[in-house]
Unconditional design. Structure first.
Length: 247
């Protein structure tokens, strides 16, 4: 006999850590606003200002459906944890009926992103692990093509994949609280959360390749590890043969 489905989600909180992302955050918020229009439950976006020194705070003032909170920790793990704590404290719904969605300030979610997360949640998912992609560009370097090829080789049928991205992750708040939330680490807070949920008795982890989130192809990212670090390493590998020929 299958376990009973959890109650339907009544509230969504989207947590977006940002450190000096004034230029890219506008696109991120516009994409989230479009995604929020596709669902019938209230959606609140909470931007965590992680030691911002640019005009990010000022650009957020007066934006409907968007709140901000400051973090002085200077790390993505602590920033996500701070955002999640505020989101959970402010919601009027029970943790079991609140969905915590995460993305990044340099990323843009597709229009059906939240609707897809909520569909999976209402079908029993406690944690949703999605994928990312890089926006197409005419000047894509060899390292971008190499990253795409290596990434897509790991995508399996039925939405199966091994990737974990803070830019495309959703978790039921009751599950999040049960495992202690995001750890205040400099990197891989998303992987650590996913590992903890995987070992939580009765928790259902769902991977999906539908509706990937577009993330920045920049080589110098805010977090020390992740897609930016992978692209930087590939760019270096692509340069080496040319440098050797030049010598």
């Amino acid at each position: 006999m299958s376990p009973p489905l959890p109650p339907p989600v009544q509230q969504v909180a989207v947590v977006v850590p940002a450190r000096n992302e004034q230029q890219l955050l506008t696109g991120c918020l516009a994409a989230l606003a479009a995604a929020a229009e596709r669902v019938t439950v209230p959606v609140t976006v909470l931007v965590v200002l992680d030691r911002c020194t640019d005009g990010t705070a000022e650009m957020l003032a007066g934006r409907p459906g968007v709140r901000s909170v400051e973090s002085l920790a200077g790390g993505v793990g602590a920033a996500r944890a701070t955002g999640a704590a505020h989101a959970i404290a402010d919601t009027g719904a029970l943790p079991s009926r609140t969905w915590l969605a995460c993305t990044d300030a340099d990323s843009q979610v597709p229009p059906s992103w939240l609707a897809h997360h909520l569909d999976l949640a209402d079908r029993g998912a406690d944690l949703v692990l999605g994928t990312v992609d890089l926006p197409p560009a005419e000047d894509d370097g060899d390292h971008v093509g190499g990253w795409r090829a290596a990434y897509r080789r790991l995508l399996g049928p039925g939405g199966r994949h091994p990737h974990v991205h803070g830019a495309n992750l959703g978790v039921r708040c009751s599950t999040y609280l049960a495992v202690g939330g995001f750890l205040p680490v400099q990197a891989h807070e998303d992987r650590l959360l996913a590992r903890a949920v995987t070992h939580l008795p009765g928790a259902r982890v769902v991977t999906t390749t539908a509706h990937p989130v577009l993330t920045s192809p920049r080589l110098v990212s805010r977090a020390p590890l992740g897609v930016g670090a992978d692209l930087r390493a590939l760019a270096e590998l692509c340069r080496r043969p040319r440098a050797a020929v030049a010598e």
